[in-house]
Design a protein around this ligand. Sequence first.
Ligand SMILES: Nc1nc2c(ncn2[C@@H]2O[C@H](COP(=O)(O)OP(=O)(O)OP(=O)(O)O)[C@@H](O)[C@H]2O)c(=O)[nH]1
Ligand SMILES: [Mg+2]
Length: 439
Amino acid sequence: MGIVRLSGERAIEYAATVFASSSGRDIRTARGRVFHGHVLDVAGNRVDEVLVHLMRAPHSYTREDVVEINGHGGPGPLRAILEETLRAGARLARPGEFTQRAFLNGRIDLVQAEAVIDQIRARTRAGLLAANAAAGGVLSRKLGELREALRQALARLEAAVDFPEDDLGELVDAALLANIRSVHRQMLELLKTADAGRLYREGAVFAIVGRPNVGKSSLFNALLRDTRAIVSAQPGTTRDRLEECVNIAGVPVKLVDTAGLRATEDEVEQIGVRLAREALQTANLVLFVLDSTAPDEAEDRALAEELQKLESPVIVLLNKSDLAPQVPVPKSARTFAEAHPVSALTGAGMQELEEALGRLLLGGINLSADQAMLTRVHQKDSLRRAVEALERLLQDTTLSPEFLALELQLALRAIGEITGETTPDDILEMVFSSFCIGK
Ligand SMILES: Nc1nc2c(ncn2[C@@H]2O[C@H](COP(=O)(O)OP(=O)(O)OP(=O)(O)O)[C@@H](O)[C@H]2O)c(=O)[nH]1
Ligand SMILES: [Mg+2]
């Protein structure tokens, strides 16, 4: 089962060249939308039995005539169908070309086109829901509202520029300013979603570190709900770096178990320690594990000092809480964001830990079907520029209306870059070239 999809002015003509419907009707003139029949090669041999689905412009994904030929014969016949349509005159689509045409023909904006990629690549259900919301236009509508409000404000300012002799009352009146302030506030709210949105799409990396034998591998297994890493009472058990993917609050997280950090003469263990330090540099969040029965050894203190220098947040896990409940956080680890008593052995505290990890990751952004969310760096950059333009405007509203109008125009252009109206060509190219073939 597979589909060959044709789009464009001659899509129906090319399909008609290779397709013979069972009813004998010609799809160029027939009224129906779905036809049963066969794809034939030039010699008239049947290549595959197919269903042909006809969508006439503008009622199609690309707004062009679209024909989908649904084969049912596996990769061989599918390839043969493709070859016959190419022989009839069609050419292969570039990656993302169908979506690009949908964008160029105004059926979807850039935000929605990018969401199509995210739908295909989503690695968690939450990521898929976020992409579906964006593809369905939630973010586009929000941006549309902001743009409309800015346009109205701009129209008012421009009237003041064009007819300075008219008495428009106070040029920059209170109502106008209140509107701009409200847009500014909403933009800041939207900006706050950017990090969460990106995480749903790109995922995060968590590194589990600590001195030997504190229970890193046990916690790794507990979070994975699997026995992936070897656990033993012998310090120095883990010497390699282990990585597994786990879903935390809907974010695809790469969890990294590392060798216990300590000074060692063992060559293999030294390599493991080096790998652990590298993992620290790439992690979005560090899980610093201490042993509740001995949470303040010299090695723990040395590591705490090292972790303090990191940019990414660190949370402390007081493991083996079953052996020593209610241990106070040692002084050396008190500067870190949070500390959680857990037991990898009994599972105590693990649920609270997962909730805390989700909170730390997403910063309180709740995913819902109507939550407008930024998911890409270039969207965040553009919105940030729009916010800055409004901030310059709001800073000194006594400036001439020309100046103020200029800032509004900048803000509008920045929003247009997100939706695709004023997006530079190189960014557009980058977006569509990252698609896979056939979308
Ligand atoms: N009682 C108790 N024992 C635990 C807990 N977590 C781990 N252990 C035990 O602690 C020992 C070390 O556990 P590991 O998970 O191998 O520790 P590690 O930090 O990965 O050790 P290295 O890989 O050597 O650095 C094992 O005997 C575990 O069974 C816990 O929550 N409670
Ligand atoms: Mg280990």
